[in-house]
Design a protein. Structure first.
Lengths: 328, 273, 351
């Protein structure tokens, strides 16, 4: 990993107000680095805190949300920024692609308007230059007949095309970091592959860093360099893709991979993940994963394990580390 | 969870309505004077004895306003119940059976809604003759479609629910399936709608009476009292107090109805995602 | 054959298809409206001839016979309806009992005053309602939202006829700010008739004195008439804005770093406005109903006041005429509203 990462999230904790006046903590003490040109995957079930972690990079917390910790972005701490400063980073330095291109594009604004409005706002470019840039980007994401496409509206494109447009929209201001939140989940399988190839190509052509959020371990293994797995607001396993996905050491990662079909002829008994993740307001005592863990021991019920480094570039948050031997 | 300030409005509305209904029920015992007795000097401004003053015939306006609740409230209630029942039945039939019955009923609803309600009501009353009963009938004719629309759209979504489907498969007749499976789900929204429409019913009935097409003198009805007052322009108390009574009832009903809608309508209670 | 028709139908541009479909629905509704008004003339208790002609005229056998002939009252109902519609299409709405003039002539005379009042009131209501709704939605659940909620509920709760009286009492009788009832001061002559709208005609002819008079006369009734609609549009705007706020594309716009002001005015307001346009048509219908009450208090010589006098005199032909015209205006307005909506929303405009 390079010496100066693009983004260094350090013990980020996010709190939200709950209905009964308490505060909930959907993200707790998350630390994560994204190097320049890296694709980092953030995995976990819905409700694990991965999307809200991503939104915190843009300063887009729900009303009443608060952050503590540091988000170091090119030497600046994003956590302390005021609304005007963070809004200047949004879309310009850090851009985001959302899950469902059907709902993330504005149905009543033309593609040109949606592709160029933030470019003109952030960079002060005139309409003509902005249009040229938009055409260039549409060609980059392989939208046929880009000049005509500008005059059209989202409903006139297919889902996959719309996601390409959404990606072009995110790239307009030349961001350094692209956050992609489940960018393929809403798409057909055949279309998914195209979008993944596009993201891969953008990384090599533009040197873009990508934070890829997904619960789909297949997508994860196709695209990422490093992977972090979140459960109940914390990172429970982190490491190089091949290590984490090939030889998972946290029982949760292991369970998640159970959903991924693979044909390695493993002799290990895979038990698919049962149950649902706990609500953030009602975490069980001890390790939040223990009620669903097939390896749980009495000790797991009492103490919540901290994330600890178990090998170079590899960390897990598990007290008993039942898969350690096999992985080593 | 919606914010806490919504509930106070609902409580205020419910409290006001309760007080007004109590006043209406107890009116014969609490009003100081016979509402139709011409017992005082004419056009007395509000004073210690006649709190709201007296009218052109020397009647006590306070007694007439309180007594007026016994006219406006029950007629508006009849109107709302009748429209709700008719609208619900027609909407349920339209939604459940679909096809040409649906088309017929819903086009009729569109048709009625093409007339501004008070104008169609005026036409109906002019055709049938001006009195409060015909006014109620006229407004029922113009107000059932809103219930029919709501109920129909609910039935359309409910019809395909598994439990409704299964009971039909098990041989329940259409009528029984409608009654048993769908009624509990439709009841809530219809009640909310009726609460919201109650205020409007009071408004339109008093409006028709104001125009001389509803209650006829000497009935102590708020709309016609305002109308009488309007003939004696400088005697402001003759119009102001019965009008305030209408405002109080309608405001209370709308406060309550609005709060109920927020509580029952999942759309507006949708929490932040 | 049917196939050919279908194919050529789908070959039409989608906006044109949409307009044609709406037009057809509008025409069907108009036919239905005549059915309703025809049925109403049939349910009159007692002798319909007496109801239509009045007691004096119906005592003359020759008049009664002429009336029977003209409306084919001895013929079966469907044929009577046909005659009725044919007469309507030729602009024959019958004779008013009250004015002893053709109803059509009365309608033509009174229509412009109502249209002028409704246009001014609707403009006030749209600006006020959309503005308040935006403020409420942006400040969701904070104090401006709470205040606006109570105010808009009060707006839809206050009896229009009473508010008219109170405003007239306060602003005319007590304060003297308003010049009082009617469209112009007593005895003043109107501007040269071009559109029939005094304010417009006065502007066109450069008659500034009359323009001032007309404006000062229309201000109070228009405000009163707008109150209910302001309340309704405020509440609807708030709801539509909040629904738009919840959409993913708003989060996407914020993620692009667009300033909140632009997000609200461009990304949120645009879809909300499309929804507001559709209800403004219905709100306009309710406003025409409220005009009856306001006009009767303000002695505004419009359709509402005419309907009020006709209803009191049980002048059935006249009141049916008003209903028909207002229903037709309402259908027309909603047709325009639908088309506007289609133009605003690219999903309908471009299919």
């Amino acid at each position: 990993m390079s010496a100066a990462p693009l983004v260094a999230i350090d013990t980020l904790t996010i709190s939200l107000p709950s209905a009964d006046g308490q505060r909930l903590f959907p993200v707790r003490e998350v630390s994560l680095e994204i190097g320049r040109g890296d694709i980092v995957g953030l995995a976990g079930e819905s409700g694990s805190g991965k999307t809200i972690t991503a939104l915190s990079l843009l300063g887009l917390l729900p009303p009443g949300g608060r952050m503590s910790g540091r988000i170091d972005f090119e030497g600046r701490d994003l956590v302390g920024l005021g609304p005007a400063e963070i809004s200047a980073v949004r879309g310009r330095d850090i851009a985001m692609v959302f899950q469902d291109p059907m709902t993330a594009l504005h149905p009543m604004l033309s593609i040109e308007r949606q592709l160029t409005e933030h470019l003109r706002h952030h960079r002060g470019v005139d309409a003509k230059a902005a249009r040229e840039r938009a055409i260039e980007l549409l060609e980059l994401v392989r939208i046929p007949d880009a000049a005509t496409a500008l005059r059209r509206y989202p409903h006139q494109f297919s889902g996959g095309m719309r996601q390409r447009i959404a990606i072009a929209m995110a790239l307009c201001c030349g961001p350094k970091l692209l956050i992609a939140d489940e960018p393929t989940t809403a798409l057909d399988v055949t279309v998914q592959a195209g979008i993944l190839r596009l993201l891969q190509r953008l990384r090599t052509e533009l040197g873009l860093s990508v934070l890829l959020i997904t619960h789909d371990m297949g997508v994860m293994s196709a695209l990422t360099d490093r992977v972090a797995v979140m459960y109940a607001g914390r990172i429970v396993e982190q490491g190089m893709r091949g290590d984490v996905l090939g030889r998972p050491r946290h029982p949760y990662t292991y369970g998640l991979l159970g959903a991924l079909p693979h044909d390695r002829g493993e002799e290990m008994v895979l038990r698919p993940l049962e149950g649902t993740p706990p609500a953030i307001g009602a975490l069980p005592q001890g390790c939040p994963f223990h009620p669903r863990c097939q390896f749980a021991q009495p000790v797991c019920r009492t103490a919540e394990p901290a994330l600890r480094t178990v090998a170079p570039g590899r960390a897990i948050a598990c007290t008993i580390d039942p898969l350690g031997e096999m992985a080593a | 969870m919606r914010s806490a300030w919504l509930q106070p409005l609902g409580i205020i509305g419910a409290g006001m309505l309760t007080i007004i209904v109590m006043l209406a029920i107890l009116a014969p015992w609490i009003i100081p004077f016979d509402p139709n007795a011409q017992a005082f000097g004419r056009f007395l401004p509000p004073n210690g004895e006649n709190w709201f003053g007296t009218d052109q015939l020397g009647r006590d306006i306070f007694s007439r306003v309180v007594h007026g609740a016994r006219v406006s409230l029950p007629y508006a209630a009849q109107l709302v119940v009748l429209s709700a029942v008719i609208g619900t039945i027609l909407g349920a039939i339209a939604g459940y059976f679909g096809g040409w019955i649906d088309g017929l009923i819903m086009r009729a609803a569109d048709l009625v809604m093409a007339f501004p309600d008070i104008i169609l009501a005026m036409a109906v009353v002019a055709a049938l003759g001006p009195n409060l009963f015909n006014a109620v009938l006229a407004v029922v004719i113009v107000s059932w479609p809103i219930y029919a629309r709501v109920v129909r759209s609910m039935i359309l979504t409910l019809r395909d629910e598994p439990y409704v489907q299964s009971s039909r498969l098990l041989g329940a007749s259409s009528g029984r399936a409608l009654w048993r499976d769908i009624r509990p789900n439709v009841a809530g929204p219809v009640v909310v709608l009726a609460a919201l429409e109650y205020g409007h019913a009071v408004l339109i009935l008093s409006g028709l009476s104001f125009l001389g097409l509803g209650a006829q003198p000497p009935t102590a009805e708020w709309g016609s009292m305002v109308s009488e007052g309007s003939k004696y322009f400088d005697k402001w108390w003759m119009s102001v107090f019965p009008g305030l009574a209408i405002l109080a009832v309608v405001l209370a009903a709308n406060f309550l109805g609005d709060t109920l809608r927020d509580a029952f309508d999942p759309k507006s209670t949708k929490a932040f995602r | 054959m049917g196939n050919v028709v279908r194919q050529s139908w789908y070959a039409l541009p989608s906006l044109l298809r949409f307009v044609l479909r709406r037009l057809a629905i509008g025409i069907l509704l108009c036919v239905g409206v005549t059915l309703v008004s025809f049925s109403l003339t049939q349910v009159v208790p007692g002798d319909p001839v007496a109801a239509s002609l009045g007691d004096y005229a119906s005592s003359d056998p020759a008049t009664v016979e002429a009336f029977r002939q003209r409306f084919g009252l001895d013929k079966p109902l469907p044929e009577q309806y046909f005659i009725y519609v044919t007469n309507l299409l030729q602009g024959d709405f019958g004779q008013s009992l009250q004015t002893r003039r053709p109803v059509a002539a009365d309608l033509a005379q009174y229509m412009s005053a109502t249209i002028e009042l409704a246009i001014v009131a609707m403009t006030v209501a749209m600006i006020g309602g959309v503005g308040l709704g935006i403020i409420a939605a942006v400040n969701r659940d904070r104090w401006p939202d709470q205040v606006i909620r109570v105010v808009s509920l009060a707006g839809v709760s206050v009896p229009t006829f009473w508010l008219s009286l109170v405003c007239l009492y306060v602003f005319f009788f007590q304060l003297g700010w308003s010049p009082g009832v009617g469209r112009l001061p007593p005895g003043a002559s109107g501007p040269m008739t071009i559109t029939g709208l005094y304010t417009i005609d006065a502007m066109i002819t450069g008659n500034w004195r009359v323009l001032g008079q007309a404006l000062s006369h229309i201000a109070l009734p228009a405000m009163v008439l707008a109150i209910y609609t302001i309340g309704a549009i405020t509440r609807f705007t708030r709801a539509a804005m909040l629904e738009a706020f919840d959409q993913e594309y708003i989060r996407a716009a914020r993620a692009k770093g667009m300033p909140e002001r632009v997000v609200v005015m461009r990304h949120v307001l645009r879809p909300a406005l499309a929804a507001i346009i559709t209800v403004s048509g219905m709100a306009f219908g309710r406003m025409l109903g409220g005009a009856v009450l306001v006009e009767s208090v303000f002695s505004w010589p419009g359709l509402g006041e005419y309907a009020y006098r006709s209803a009191l005199a049980l002048d059935l032909r006249a009141i049916m005429g008003v209903s028909l015209v207002i229903a037709a205006v309402y259908i027309l307005v909603n047709l325009v509203v639908d088309i506007l909506y289609a133009v605003v929303d690219p999903r309908i405009r471009l299919g």
